[in-house]
Design a protein around this ligand. Structure first.
Ligand SMILES: C[S@@+](CC[C@H](N)C(=O)[O-])C[C@H]1O[C@@H](n2cnc3c(N)ncnc32)[C@H](O)[C@@H]1O
Length: 304
């Protein structure tokens, strides 16, 4: 297999060509069966049947010590009722847990701040990533993905290390709630794909769960975000998509990543905080006194 394989067609056709136990990491964000431009709405039973077939192949190609990461949101059915897809999909993976093959290591919550504004329920601002390892011994390079400590200067106040810095100088474990902006219109990584995920999501998983030269596979590749993250870090990649136009964007992005010209949000950059007291951040609709009473119906004295 080449360093990067971008396959046009059904993912099962690509997966069936990949030898057993040859892949270190499968990362994907499958269609959610919600009627996006790239999917055909089917019954939830048929949706799960296809997912099961893809998952079966992914388990077959993943090597012991490797991992599978499934990033999903919600399916919404005819009654506007939410069905978190990880709840439906986890049992398909659990079938392998009973044969000792897969272990759920984390259910990461990916929180973002932009999206549809719902009128009849709270607006959805998170999706999840199910991370399964194949077997009990697996690659997990925590040092590669540590994030800055909140209190780097904190000292131990008792014990043998009293008076010494108590935190890990390399940073802290990023935890299982990841706050990373989603790719909306003014995001530097935005392409014409309606649902691409930010490079930082697969990047963090690739750095933590693979080593250089390893093969990373995304069965539902879209515009190639997983392949781009793999190339940026010296990993090999393979993926499929049924839409030729997405693959052509993927090809351009992979080339840009390989030549160092990719436009991207920098890894680890904190979420943008708008400056206070600017025309954009001061509410034009009410005085500060009114907004204070809005959230606390007891009278308060606020001096403007
Ligand atoms: C949620 S998007 C993935 C987006 C991707 N993570 C990215 O950042 O660009 C799902 C993708 O799966 C593709 N797709 C749907 N059914 C497929 C199938 N059976 N085989 C391969 N690709 C498929 C769609 O065209 C769509 O681009």
């Amino acid at each position: 297999m080449n360093d990067v394989t971008l396959f046009h067609g059904e993912c099962l056709r690509l997966l069936r060509k990949i030898p057993d136990a040859s892949v270190q990491l499968v990362i994907t964000s499958p269609p959610y069966n919600v009627g996006k431009e790239y999917e055909r709405l089917v019954t939830i039973e048929d949706y799960l049947k296809l997912q099961r077939a893809v998952i079966d192949e992914c388990v077959r190609i993943t090597r012991p010590g490797g991992s599978i990461c499934w990033q999903v949101g919600n399916h919404v059915n005819g009654h506007g009722q939410m069905i978190p897809l990880d709840i439906l999909l986890h049992p398909l993976f659990v079938a392998y847990a009973s044969t000792d093959e897969l272990r759920l290591r984390n259910r990461v919550v990916w929180h973002f701040e932009h999206g549809l504004h719902c009128k009849n329920r709270f607006s959805g601002r998170h999706e999840t990533i199910l991370w399964y390892s194949k077997g009990d011994e697996y690659v997990f390079n925590l040092d590669a993905v540590r994030v800055p400590q909140k209190y780097p200067g904190k000292l131990a106040y008792k014990g043998d290390r009293r008076g010494q810095y108590s935190c890990n100088p390399l940073g802290k474990n990023p935890g299982d709630v990841w706050i990373i902006p989603n790719v909306k219109n003014n995001h530097v990584e935005k392409t014409s794909h309606p649902c691409q995920f930010p490079i930082e999501i697969p990047e963090r998983l690739i750095l933590a769960l693979t080593n250089e030269g390893d093969l990373v596979v995304d069965p539902f590749l879209g515009v190639g975000t997983v392949a781009v993250a793999a190339v940026l870090h010296g990993r090999r990649a393979a993926g499929a998509d049924i839409k030729r136009e997405y693959l052509s964007i993927a090809r351009q992005r992979v080339s840009a990543a390989a030549s160092g010209h990719l436009k991207r949000r920098p890894f680890g950059q904190p979420v943008y905080q708008p400056k206070p007291n600017t025309p954009l951040t001061i509410s034009p609709f009410k005085s500060r006194t009114q907004s204070a009473t809005l959230f606390d119906q007891r009278p308060v004295n606020v001096h403007c």
